[in-house]
Each structure stands twice: as C-alpha cells, then as structure tokens.
Ligand binder design. Structure first.
Ligand SMILES: Cc1ncc(COP(=O)(O)O)c(C=O)c1O
Length: 417
C-alpha cells in the first residue's frame, strides 16, 4: 500500500543521500535541522496502516512500555504533543485558578502557556548567570503564598540544577514538573531525566531528539498521577476507552470527568517506537558533533562554548548554543546569522525569552531589567546545526564558516589596521 500523502511528505528518500525531499532543491545549503528517518520508520508505519487499527491501540501501549523502560520510570503516557504532556501534568497536580507556577523566561511559550489553561499565573524566572537554565535562587525570590509548582526546562539538553530545585520544592511545598522537551536522553547524576520529579513532559516534535512529527510523552513514578493522566487524555472516559471497538471491547462506557483529547495514535506511536530504538545511536552522533564543534571552536576567543554537564550527568545535545562576545566583534548576532546564511548554513536562536513577547509583557508587566541573565544569553546566542544525519564534512563547513566570519569581523584586527 502507498503511504498517504501526509506521510509521504515526511518519509525520506534514502537513495538520495539521506536528505528529505524538502531540502533537496539546494544541495549546498546545510539546514538547521533534518529529521533522521529510515526504512524502519516507514515499515513500522506501513504495518499499522495495513493492520486496520489506526488510532491509539496496541502499538501505542507497546511504545509506552518501551519508553518507560528506556527512561527507567514506572509510567509513560504517549500524547499528541509535549504541550499536552505539560497540560496533563498540571491537571494531575490539580492546578486551580489563581495558582502561580514558576517557569523560566528562557523557554518556548508552551512551558508557560499551559498554566493559563487552568486560570493560573506563570511567574517568569531568570536564568543562571552565564547559562540558560532556570536559576533556583531567583525562582525562590519569586515564590508567594499562591505558588504551587515549578517547571524547570533542561535547555538544549543540559540538566538543570535538580538537587537545588528539589530542595527548594521540599522546603516550600511545591510540585516539580520537568519540561524535558530537549532532554531525551539526558542523565542527571546517574539517573535519566524522566525519573527525577513528580511528572516529566517530553516532546516528540519534528525537530526533537526522537520524533513522531507531532507528539509527546508524560512520565511519572506515581500511580495516581498515571491513572489521572490516562483518564483525562481521552475525554475522561477511562483507561481502556480506546479499546471499545476491538473484539475484546464493550460498547458501554462512562464519562467520569470532563477530559481532553490528547492521545497519540498508533500510526505515530509506530514512528516513535522505531525512533526510540535509534535513540542511543542518535545521541552518540550528536555527542560526536558537539565534541567536534567544541574542540575546533573553543580556542576562538570571540566565542563562548555551551556549558558542560556536571559529574555523573550527560548532555542530550538537542541544541548546540554558542554565545558571541560582542565586545570583541564588529558584527552582532543578527549579522552573524545573515553571514552564515550567505555561507549556506542554517542557524537559529534559542530562545527569545518569554518576557520579550507581547503576551507576557502586556499581561504580566515583565520588563527586560527583571531578567538580566536571560537578556545576556538571548542577546548573544546562536544555535548551530546538530543532528544525527549531519555529515562530518558538513560539520567542518559549519566550523570553517564560523571561524572565517569571526576572523574577518574581529575588532582588534580592525584597530590594528
Ligand atoms: C522547551 C519546550 N517546551 C515545550 C515544547 C512543546 O512541545 P510540543 O511542540 O511537542 O508541544 C517545546 C517545543 O518546541 C519546547 O522547546
């Protein structure tokens, strides 16, 4: 059977040097991201299409078991986005209107927007000095008697200071929900992210370390949270609601809560399971590229390398975020992006902090002065391509373009002329 058009768009033509069709028009351009999909994914999806059961079913249940085993947690629930996983996590802790949740300003809007779904207030917090992740001390300063939870984000795949955050949460009676959109398979002090806190939300979005195009997973070791999440992800009609059309199922069901529609279908779970099998190999390749970038760029004075994980911890290298030293350069970050683009290299910026977006600025009265570390990181950061299908020659091209642009833009060089 031929793949439907929407799947054919993401399927890769493996004969053409692993490049997806949408990037094949310009061979010299190195895109910021390329998904790594092979025949294992196509075949797994095809099997589901042939099976006659398309929505959440046995393949999703199997994917959840494999995900839980990989991460080392008790429960994993496959969902239709990382945002859905965050939303369900807040539902599990019973967030109420007027409750406050501490979130980093240095993140994607999904981390904070979910708080507003419940009538809660996201309270933005600054990053650690010289880094990207939430600063536990700054978060503590923003706690009020309405604060219920904290959502740390492991930006780029670098684990947050989880010991300090857990200690803060214990002392101030807060729930911890980790936003692990970037951090499969990050380890913190010998344990995988996904096992450390009350609830953890992973994203399987198109650019993430493994992908289903759109998707997410919620993990927890708490049976009650898992039961609540399973109920609420499918309209509040019980754990086995998906099963009612199968030969073992029953036509009878009862709605016990006003739930949501956040389940992942078997077509995408098949994709997820095939990707999960490759997660270690993907990670190894990301580490090789990150090592190469570090080795070759760390001697360039005008650049700052991303922070490295502490002892016993690992970095997922979902992103490789450089910081420029603008005082040493006569171009700024925006010009650097333009120059790299001219050299055929796609880059990105992670993140435009939330306090800079009109919604957060206007609703919560945030100003840049409240977030000096996030401002510093934002003004100088630049994400380079890092993904398993990036070839060595392409990584070398990225390195040489960056070094050439820096060397012709050095302030000291101009002064000495
Ligand atoms: C830090 C962070 N949190 C949450 C999300 C939301 O994930 P999804 O797009 O799967 O809903 C993203 C997505 O890019 C993200 O980067």
């Amino acid at each position: 059977m031929k793949l439907p058009k929407f799947l054919a768009n993401v399927a890769l033509d493996r004969r053409s040097d692993c490049e997806p069709k949408q990037f094949m028009t310009d061979h010299s351009f190195i895109p910021f991201h390329r998904p790594s999909l092979g025949k294992e994914e196509s075949e797994a999806v095809q099997r589901v299409l042939d099976s006659g059961w398309l929505t959440t079913g046995p393949v999703t249940i199997e994917f959840e078991k494999q995900f839980a085993a990989y991460v080392g947690c008790k429960h994993a629930l496959a969902l239709n986005s990382g945002t859905a996983a965050l939303q369900l996590a807040l539902d599990c802790i019973g967030l109420r209107p007027g409750d406050e949740v501490l979130v980093p300003t240095y993140t994607f809007t999904a981390t904070a927007e979910v708080v507003t779904y419940f009538g809660g207030r996201p309270v933005l917090c600054d990053s650690v000095a010289g880094g990207f992740n939430i600063d536990p001390a700054d978060a503590e300063r923003r706690i009020t008697d309405r604060t219920r939870a904290i959502i740390p984000v492991h930006v780029a795949g670098e684990a947050c200071e989880m010991d300090a955050l857990h200690e803060l949460a214990r002392r101030r009676n807060l729930r911890v929900i980790e936003d692990a959109a970037h951090s499969l398979p990050t380890q913190y002090r010998g344990r995988r992210v996904g096992t450390l806190s009350d609830l953890t939300a992973f994203s399987l979005y198109a650019t993430k370390t493994i992908t289903t195009g759109e998707g997410g997973v919620l993990t927890t070791n708490d049976d009650r949270f898992a039961e609540r999440a399973a109920l609420m992800r499918l309209h509040g009609i019980g754990r086995d609601a998906w099963n009612r059309y199968s030969s073992e199922g029953s036509w009878f069901y009862q709605v016990t809560e006003a739930g949501y529609k956040l389940n992942l279908c078997d077509i995408l779970s098949a994709l997820g399971a095939a990707q999960l099998k490759k997660c270690d190999a993907f990670w190894k390749r990301r580490c090789e590229i990150a090592d190469l970038y570090r080795e070759r760029l760390q001697g360039v004075e005008e650049l700052e390398m991303p922070p490295l994980p502490g002892p016993g911890s690992t970095h997922a290298w979902h992103l490789f975020i450089l910081r420029l030293r603008p005082e040493m350069l006569d171009i700024d970050r925006k010009q650097m992006i333009e120059e790299l683009k001219k050299a055929g290299i796609g880059t990105s910026v992670h993140f435009i902090p939330l306090h800079r977006h009109p919604y957060y600025r206007d609703h919560y009265g945030c100003t840049p002065e409240d977030f000096p570390n996030a401002e510093d990181a934002y003004s100088r950061c630049l994400s380079l391509p890092v993904y398993p299908d990036l070839k060595d020659a392409e990584a070398e091209r990225v390195i040489s373009a960056v070094t050439q642009i820096v060397s012709r833009s050095r302030k000291s060089k101009l002064v000495s002329l």
